[in-house]
Design a protein around this ligand. Sequence first.
Ligand code: SF4
Length: 445
Amino acid sequence: MALTGLQIYKLLPQTNCKQCAFPTCLAFAMKLAAKQAELAACPFVSEASKAQLEAASQPPVRLITLSTDGRKAVAGNEIVMFRHEKTFYNRAPVFVRLKDTQVDIAAKAKEINEFAVDYVGIKLHIDGLAIENASGDAGKFAAAVEAVRGATNFPLILVAKDTAAFEVALAKVNGAVPMLYCADESNWQAMAEVAKKFKASLAVKANGLEALAALTDKVKAAGVEDIVLDPGARGFLDTLTLATQIRRLAIKKNFRPLGYPIITFPGEGVSSADEEPVLAAQHIGKYAGFVVLDNFTPALAYALLVLRQNIYTDPQKPIQVQPGLYEINAPKPESPILVTTNFSITYFSISNEVEGAGLPAWLLVADAEGMSVLTAWAAGKFDADRIAKAVKTTGVESKISRKRIVLPGAVAVLMGEVEEALAGWQIEVGPREAVDVPAYLKLKP
Ligand code: SF4
């Protein structure tokens, strides 16, 4: 956990000698806390204080990056228990597990790789594949890894029980930086050696937090820094309990042995495939780093990825689209101009309705700092001046033959002001709900 300026000050020599170029040790401490100075600027910090300060500057949950050909799956670096305290930073990567016994594994990998959906302007997709050595045959494992690498650039998690299988398979990852799953009490030394040799992340598994913490300490002491946790739980209640305890210990107590992302396998904790996405949703919310699914369908993946997107959206930064003039269904000069704000969901609600109805229209998106229509109006960010400014800056007048603007129904109160700001324009008040816009446009084309 980051230290405050005062906590840092207590670790400094407190002689105010000014050699760090700051007038006092306290001033230097404040700059350190704000990450605007380097500790090395003070030549008099004791080794003990240095170690304490460096440890405190580490993130409470280590950042783990799996990569392949520049494509990355990243987990960790979280600093809060609840999103509203600040934000969650790295969306838990969602992987799908394929087994090396699967017929035509490359085709399946390709199918998953091709899945992508557009959600309020954000591309959502699966983040990687876990390949399991279910056959127990190292040669088949390596062939499966090679086939997947040839078919996709997915980041990888390799799942096997013995290091010999990993050695053969890792020779086929072709530059990828995967995660190895997993080391346990019986094999951690050999697993740590393989992870170090191939610079891979290493998942460690133990039943219960004490055993897990003891194991991560040993693996770290063996030279592996990039560790992922599997606390052994699989069901709804026990995964929730252990994941919450791990997160709390890492963030609130700065307990280093559990300061790593968690990997979960929701398919192993349910009695039917239908329940897997429900448990996966729980894991995404609290507090999985990597989620490995056993079943992939586009519908389930979409639901999980949208859920994840919403959880990991910064609550202080609305999702926005670029203000400007958007064309829907090749509008003509006489087509109506609909006005809205640049909050993504507002924009996509309107544009999807109008586009889906096959109606041509101009969509004038005013800069309302990413707020929805009513919120922006209440905050003074969506008013006649902003609408008039959008009309001028987009140059919409040069594209139309009819000066007609349709305001959102929720801000009918703006009509008089907009009429004043846009003299010579016909101002109308449209429906309150996006779903009613097509019917309105059919009545008043
Ligand atoms: S160099 Fe160190 S001891 Fe001297 S003022 Fe700066 S922080 Fe204090």
